[in-house]
Every structure is written in structure tokens, then in C-alpha cells.
Design a protein around this ligand. Sequence first.
Ligand code: ADP
Ligand code: MG
Length: 182
Amino acid sequence: MIELVNVSKQYDKTKSLHQISFTVEQGEVIGIVGKSGSGKSTLLRLLNLMETPTEGTIKLNGVDVQSLSKKELRQQQQKIGMIFQHHNLLENLRVYQNVALPLRLQKKKNPKKINDLLDFVGMSHKADSYPVKLSGGERQRVSIARALSRDPHLLLCDEATSSLDEENTESVVRLLHKTHEE
Ligand code: ADP
Ligand code: MG
């Protein structure tokens, strides 16, 4: 469960978030809607523990994230998957290597898991391709596989379909539904 109480975030002079409070229950899917500059990405950076609030508290499963040590914070971050508007795949790595990267950084190897993930997102046939050869929707599918590689408890999407056409948007949204179900 995620719980925010009176969370504000101020950068220099700009107050990006002003006293936000909400909870998200286990298994719940929520969407954050707001115009450009309203603070959606800022909120996600607080939720993925990359930044800390100026005021208020954020609790993950009842634990105040401010009370976590650096090591505990890193452990929590590894349980959070993130997908961005512009997929940030590494262009010099093949699809398979991109998906395997988060585990490799933990000095882990699990080829079966990587292959299962590629299968899950329908990208097995492009495992050896470089990102430049993929469509926008295919890149997002690979990003989703990569975000799932550490079995996240929480998956954050920052405008994951904003740069896609209708058809690709539909396929990515369908995949996100399937991810949630499974
Ligand atoms: P959204 O994702 O909804 O478009 P953002 O969260 O990116 O909005 O931005 C919200 C506000 O916070 C904007 O006014 C933006 O300029 C400001 N902002 C975001 N990140 C920073 C930063 N690192 N430093 C200073 N101001 C920032
Ligand atoms: Mg944004």
C-alpha cells in the first residue's frame, strides 16, 4: 500500500506539488491526470524514491520512506518498475541484453526469466534486434519487460503511451492490463 499525507515538493521558487494526500491499495491501478507542468512526473519521482518531499510523509506498506537507510532505500527502489514516455532503452544493446540489464547490474543471470519476459510482451522474435529497428510500440513492450525483470511490487508509468499512435497505444495498454492481471 502507498500512502501520501500532505506531500509538497518545492524546487527553488516553484512549488510543484502542494499538499497531496491519497492512498493506493495493493492491487489497485490508478491514473494521474493533469495538464503539462502540473506535477505528475514530480509525483512519480517521489513515489519511485528518487527524490524526497519538502513536506509531508510517504509510506510504503506502512513504512515511512524518510526513515529508511540508504541500503533499505535501494532495496525498496529495486521493487519499483518504471516506464517512461520515451523508452530509455540502451541503443547499443540488443533487445535481450536491454531486458537482462537490471539483473546483470545485480550480478544475476536468468536466461529463462528473460526469455519468459520477452515471450510475455510478445517480443521473443526480436530478441537479437537493436532498439533502432523497433517501432515505438515495440520499444515500449521491451521497456515493460525490462521494468518487470526484478519482479516489482509497483509499476509506475510516466506517459507510457504519449508518443505512440492509436494502434500501438492500444497494444501497450492491453499489455499493461495483462501485466496487472498476472
Ligand atoms: P508534469 O509531469 O505534470 O508535466 P512536472 O512534474 O514535470 O509536471 O513539473 C511540475 C513543475 O515542477 C513544473 O513547473 C516544472 O518546471 C517544475 N520542475 C520539475 N522538475 C524540476 C526540477 N528538477 N527543478 C526545478 N523545477 C522543476
Ligand atoms: Mg511529466
